[in-house]
Design a protein around this ligand. Structure first.
Ligand SMILES: [Zn+2]
Length: 389
């Protein structure tokens, strides 16, 4: 059985370094996708790619494959993403003498999410090469996750057959998992006033900046309660100190674990914008975009029970978390595929201080092997999957 399979630290190091070295900013994942496809095909697997690349103006679609073991039906799907946040220059990933992967070139490391890609590839090669029976499972690799979960939102509906999923894309030490995440609305408002010389004929002008400022001042921002937050993060407008500005834009967002509260907060932000525009006599366009939907899996959920069992099987105590952000798990849960989001060991992601330890990479791979082995004990019957929203 799979318990005797031991991840190879050398092989994991080689895999992770080679993946991290390949640039793969969102919508430009082709090179890393081709490496993943080749790797899986060499293991005798058929890899599928959907049309998401065309839909989102990227060069690559989402990938998925069945890893057939005992029986035709997969019990669980493991998900990672191929893209990284924008990276200013080539990444030089190194394994330091203290057993920590870092970037030597002052860039991100891209452990988000390549540590997970390396772990799923190595776990799969170990299982395939062992020649021993193991339960069937699926892998999927999304694109453009970092720019609003675009890949998973465009993922082919027929892609996955598993009754539950584990996304491997949460930062923090292996052993933690996210079972609850908020909904998010993004907001963009453009105020259009009337330009005029500020000293010669100020009465002719209508200031778009003043309207935007009044709107922001009229909003409740920051942490609104234990499950809700709101922010205006960008304000942009004006051309010179002596010109009444005719254009000003603001961008912001709100998040909540409670969808009714989210709707209320978003509506109050839009109200503040419209009132300020009316008071200052400027026009305004407001765009509100629902980015992703919240989810909350209960402790009875098979995905949560599987996650906990796998983590304790590798000798750790499971830590259950609520996230402040969205991931592919939001999209999958909203589609009715119950999905947890596992911590992968990646730390300080999206910064030049990003790192992950080789110990955590090894633990992540060991955890995957356990999850494959244990999944049949927890998986609900195919077609009976329910998300507890
Ligand atoms: Zn990520």
């Amino acid at each position: 059985m799979t318990e005797s399979l031991t991840p190879s630290r050398d092989r994991l190091t080689e895999l992770f370094l080679s993946l991290a070295r390949i640039p793969s900013p969102s919508r430009h994942e082709r090179a890393v996708a081709d490496v993943v496809i080749r790797h899986l095909m060499e293991l005798g697997l058929s890899v599928h790619e959907d049309e998401a690349g065309n839909a989102i103006e990227g060069d690559t679609g989402n990938l998925w494959c069945l890893v057939p073991g005992d029986g035709p039906d997969p019990h669980v799907a493991f998900g990672t993403h191929l893209d990284t946040v924008f990276c200013n220059g080539p990444i030089e990933p190194i394994l330091d003498s203290d057993g920590v992967f870092r970037s030597a070139s002052g860039t991100i490391l891209g452990a988000d999410d390549k540590v997970a890609v390396a772990a799923v590839l190595h776990a799969t090669e170990l299982l395939k090469e062992s020649g021993r029976p193991f339960p069937s499972y699926e892998l999927f690799f999304t694109v453009a996750e970092e720019v609003g979960l675009l890949g998973s939102r465009h993922m082919d509906e027929r892609a996955l057959r598993s009754p539950m999923a584990a996304v491997l894309d949460s930062s923090g030490p292996v052993g933690g998992m996210v079972v609850r995440a908020p909904s998010q609305e993004s907001l963009h408002a453009t105020f259009r006033g009337l330009a005029a010389h500020a000293g010669l004929e100020p009465e002719r002008g209508r200031s778009a900046i003043q309207a935007a400022a009044m709107a922001v001042a009229g909003m409740q921002l920051g942490r609104l309660d234990d499950e809700t937050s709101a922010n205006i993060g960008v304000i942009r407008g004006g051309t010179a100190g002596n010109i009444i500005p005719d254009l000003c834009e603001i961008e912001g967002e709100c998040r909540s674990h409670n969808d009714e509260k989210l709707t209320r907060v978003a509506a109050s932000m839009v109200d503040a914008i419209q009132q300020a525009a009316a008071q200052t006599g400027v026009d305004v366009d407001v765009d509100l975009v629902h980015e992703y939907r919240s989810f909350a899996l209960t402790s009875d959920s098979p995905a949560v029970r599987l996650g906990k069992a796998g983590i304790s099987a590798i000798g750790l105590e499971a830590e259950i978390h609520s996230s402040g952000g969205g991931s592919d798990a939001n999209v999958l849960n909203a589609r009715g595929l119950p999905s947890i989001n596992l911590q992968t060991g990646m730390m300080r992601v999206h910064s030049s201080d990003e790192y992950v330890t080789l110990d955590d990479l090894e633990r992540l791979c060991a955890l995957l092997l356990k999850l494959v082995e244990l999944a049949p004990d927890f998986a609900p019957k195919a077609g009976a999957a329910q998300v507890d929203l």
